[in-house]
Write a protein that binds this ligand. Sequence first.
Ligand code: ADP
Ligand code: ADP
Ligand code: ZN
Length: 209
Amino acid sequence: MKLVFLGPPGAGKGTQANLLSRECGIPHISTGDIFRENIKNNTELGKLAKSYTDRGLLCPDEVTNRMVEKRLKERDCEKGFILDGYPRTIPQAEFLYKIIKLDKVIDFSLPDDIIVERISGRRTCAACQTSYHIRYNKPKKADTCDKCQGKLVQREDERPEVIMKRIEVYNLQTSPLIDFYKKKGLLSSIDARQGIEDIWHSVKKELKI
Ligand code: ADP
Ligand code: ADP
Ligand code: ZN
């Protein structure tokens, strides 16, 4: 299955992609995670990306496209993959359309006020990137990852002013992709206001698994 998870920041794409990746044994590819990994390791790509991610802006299309193309060529993607957080602009979607035939795009829709609540309560494992929520998805032990015992941290781009910027960027640059994929006949929509378990049921129903 070659899938794209679309939706505003904080909609729960990563959470669902994680569940699906484990269920189907296909890789979860988060462009945000790849950028953060590069920033942590201070690579050339990381240095460039940081100036954008810190401000809640999108990294340039060309750089992002090249990074994704390289990742999709890796062997573990042969059986399928879940792209989470890519594409995020029309030029990215057009690029992806040229290089791969997708099976489905799932759009997770969520109103702005809930986006803010989701992102401001998110805590991410510094080691394995699994995300938790201080109210809705608590780790067993405070500030500690259930999976790898890593430390849970708040991301640089989770400050309120950056969150607002990211929502604006989503509305302006990413939401047109809903129409793009509708026209291609690939889009399914899921109401992301539901709880994690209910969304997971909807995802499985959509994918008939
Ligand atoms: P969230 O999970 O909150 O939606 P991400 O982790 O996907 O956020 O993305 C964090 C940041 O990484 C973005 O704000 C942006 O700067 C950069 N980024 C991630 N994916 C892309 C993309 N497809 N195009 C451009 N920039 C991206
Ligand atoms: P995205 O990848 O779309 O940015 P995440 O999967 O990281 O979103 O989820 C954002 C935050 O909201 C995390 O703290 C996560 O634990 C929490 N979360 C995810 N799905 C739900 C849900 N259905 N209800 C409540 N909180 C959720
Ligand atoms: Zn972890």
